[in-house]
Design a protein around this ligand. Sequence first.
Ligand SMILES: [Zn+2]
Length: 118
Amino acid sequence: MKWKLTCRDAGDGSGDVILELPDDLLQAAGLAKGDTLELDPDPDDSSAIRLMKVVRCDVCDASTAETGHGVLQAQWRDGERERMQLCRSCFGYAMATLKHAHWVNHMFDDDPDPGQED
Ligand SMILES: [Zn+2]
């Protein structure tokens, strides 16, 4: 989808620009008030900018703007929800740590562990 928006001067002498994002744009882009956005020129259209949501890793606080992010998420039957957004490094560490811990806990089991099949 494409939107054409109007920028206006913040009017405080700072040179800042105010860009009002309509609700349908926020909803379509999965954005919410409080999100941090990064502006990049659109490589396909020199008159357009790309707004990218900046997600910070919940563990190390690194920006995931360049690599994207992984999500570790749970929705338990009692209604509790847990969610972590992780940078590539922390996500890789979590995956490797979980697999290794499972392997250590079951390395002397008599039966082959179906959880170790990749
Ligand atoms: Zn991280």
